[in-house]
Design a protein around this ligand. Structure first.
Ligand SMILES: [Zn+2]
Length: 132
């Protein structure tokens, strides 16, 4: 699944107006050695451990541990070698924090609770309907 988040933490983490990221089960991706990135939690509860490249400081990947869900890895869409093969985003969340309007047909959710609920709802469906 792919999603776009406009929250302040994602803006700070990516250095961009929004975080456009793709979600994988931990076993689906081969990650660089852990010492190639510096990890940091931006807020509590500490579900999202955000890794920045130790060389350029750019957003590298995130370890995500949401209770009751399998371990996940979020990778910024621009970090993929071929962005054209990625699925379309499932939603925009924290859209009330957007720096600029986005003109696409992807559902947009405002408010933290609604956005996170819509994200988790779609994520659970994507996990259930995809093979590991
Ligand atoms: Zn965010």
């Amino acid at each position: 699944m792919r999603a776009v988040c406009h929250c302040h933490f994602c803006q700070a983490y990516t250095g961009r107006e929004k975080s456009d990221f793709v979600i994988y089960r931990r076993g689906q991706v081969q990650l660089p050695e852990a010492n190639k990135a510096r990890f940091r939690f931006f807020k509590k509860p500490a579900f999202v451990d955000r890794g920045a490249c130790i060389e350029c400081g750019g957003a590298a990947y995130e370890h995500v541990n949401i209770p009751l869900l399998p371990g996940l890895v979020f990778i910024p869409a621009p970090n993929h070698e071929q962005t054209g093969v990625l699925p379309d985003p499932a939603l925009h969340m924290f859209y009330h924090r957007r720096k600029t309007d986005v003109a696409d047909s992807v559902p947009k959710y405002t408010g933290p609770l609604n956005g996170e609920w819509q994200f988790v709802r779609r994520l659970i469906w994507a996990l259930v309907s995809s093979r590991s």
